[in-house]
Ligand binder design. Structure first.
Ligand SMILES: Cc1cc2nc3c(=O)[nH]c(=O)nc-3n(C[C@H](O)[C@H](O)[C@H](O)COP(=O)(O)O)c2cc1C
Length: 204
């Protein structure tokens, strides 16, 4: 079996929806075993309450919180993060900064790594969030997988859409009201499937 961990943070639910789509795509590949995980929250409860995030996050609170050591069990790790000032969010950064021991032991070397993201605005840093995330994965010795253009959704020009060759993306809108589109979810499913297909070949 190829073990695929999907590890995400989501404040308002967009990345959670994308994570479920990535999982669906990965599960469609025979021989893959897919698990969803969240990284720990860092924002105080009062602030989450004020922004409405607390209620939204409650709808996926059943997804377990991951410990850094659990990354080692996976053959592939697909990370999902909302953009913060063109970079990954602090919750994800903090989680990755807790992987020092794993890094020192070289425990992720040769595993597949892949990233998907969400921004508020069209040009607010989808690519920078994913490609800057890749640096951490490379330090860990991971093999980076993105989304090739065989996924035709990347070329859609008839609507506003996320989706990059670096990884699936969605646009939340400046007020967070836009939800992932069918095209964005399709690209996310493709990413999950693509990672799972490559990983099953690697672990054979
Ligand atoms: C502190 C902060 C910084 C943000 N920075 C950006 C940014 O640089 N570019 C952008 O387009 N959106 C930015 N956003 C919007 C988030 O990316 C958006 O809320 C997120 O993608 C929604 O995903 P989620 O529902 O999974 O949390 C920012 C939001 C916050 C709270």
């Amino acid at each position: 079996m190829a073990k695929i961990h999907i590890v995400f943070y989501s404040m308002f639910g967009h990345i959670h929806q994308m994570a479920e789509a990535v999982a669906e795509g990965a599960r469609s590949v025979a021989g893959s075993e897919v698990q969803l995980f969240q990284v720990p929250e860092l924002v105080p409860d009062a602030a989450l309450e004020r922004t409405g995030a607390k209620k939204l996050r409650a709808s996926f609170a059943n997804i377990p919180i991951i410990e850094p050591a659990q990354l080692v069990e996976a053959d592939a790790i697909i990370f999902g993060t909302p953009t913060r000032f063109g970079n990954m969010c602090a919750q994800m950064r903090n989680f990755l900064d807790r992987t020092g021991q794993i890094w020192a032991q070289g425990s992720l070397i040769g595993k597949v790594g892949s990233v998907f993201a969400s921004t508020g605005t069209q040009h607010g840093g989808q690519e920078t969030t994913i490609t800057s995330f890749h640096a951490t994965l490379l330090h860990h010795g991971m093999i980076i997988v993105g989304v090739p253009y065989s996924e035709q959704g990347l070329t859609v020009m008839t609507e506003i859409t996320g989706g990059t060759p670096y990884g699936a993306t969605t646009l939340a809108g400046a007020d967070g009201s836009r939800q992932p589109s069918e095209n964005e979810l399709k690209i996310a499913r493709f990413q999950g499937k693509h990672v799972a297909e490559i990983t099953t070949r690697l672990v054979r």
